[in-house]
Design a protein around this ligand. Sequence first.
Ligand SMILES: Cc1ncc(COP(=O)(O)O)c(C=O)c1O
Length: 354
Amino acid sequence: MEFEIKVEKLKESRISQFDPKNIGFGKLFTDHMFVCDYEGGEWKDFRIVPYGPFQLSPATSALHYGQAIFEGMKAFASIKNEHDICLFRPLDNAKRLNISAERMAMPILPESIFMQGLHALLDLDRQWIPREEGGALYMRPYMFATDDFIGVKPSERYTFAIFCCPVGPYYNKALRVKVEEEYSRAAPGGVGFTKCAGNYGASLYPTAQAQKEGYDQILWTDPIEHKWIEETGTTNFFAVINDTIVTPALTQTLLAGITRNSVIKSLKHLGYKVEERPLSIDEIVTAHQNHEIKELFITGTAATLMNLDGFAHRGTYHEVLSNGDNQISKTVKQFLDDLKVQRIDDPFGWLSCI
Ligand SMILES: Cc1ncc(COP(=O)(O)O)c(C=O)c1O
């Protein structure tokens, strides 16, 4: 289904504010954004407008009752075809947005709207794509409830929008994480598997506590026994135990990361043994004491793939970074970095280049 997008261009691009040598993360936005609205049971008013504030009623229901979901995805400058921009697995983000939408009683956004809006926006703002190694254009598709109404019920109106920012690395060093055993991120039957805004709001206080103690991030455990490893606040988690790469199996309480899935498939493609299964913190501690932990790493769109320096568990810090040469994480990161910019072939059909 093709639909018409009205385009209102910014009079003078802000591209001169963009310093490719000092990109940062999430502070500078490109010239335009894609927006559409849901009302009367249908999506309408597809438009690209200059990036700028929305006008919102004080009673906007997303602000009160939390119907707000988002995605995070990246596009890369191709090194094979100078003018191409390559999106990495965009349909998977469209599908995950709809998984979140369904659980949050929000309307499904047809994938064709997601993709067409994304392509039109990228095409218009293509000059913003960083060409430096490690740079990318980060895209933030999101949907929120816009009824001005007080009362707990699903909104009848919504806005979907996409904006972009040029980004460099999200983390710039191996992370020190704290294994969390007091607070919980998500519960069975809850919304942990979605990318709803509330999941992140609820994680901020425990994360700030961990940061006060000198750690970078939380490694969440399950909410019932605080025994099974789930994910960090912004990424999925992998452990290399001897020659096997283990990642927690997907449950209702963790996010099915697209990078996680890409890393699993790439590792298998490269001939490594991967297991998706319940992984307890006790198993990690014991394996570490037996010198069987070769690498710990985390994966996500923003973070890409980062090694962990170590983890704190019940007051003891276990340093793991120096256990080996981190060859497996280096290999799979390089494979994915090369694939995303078309330095190597894409055997999975993950790239969509425009
Ligand atoms: C809580 C959480 N887990 C995992 C991930 C990794 O997901 P993806 O690889 O799709 O970015 C993210 C990032 O979106 C996240 O916020």
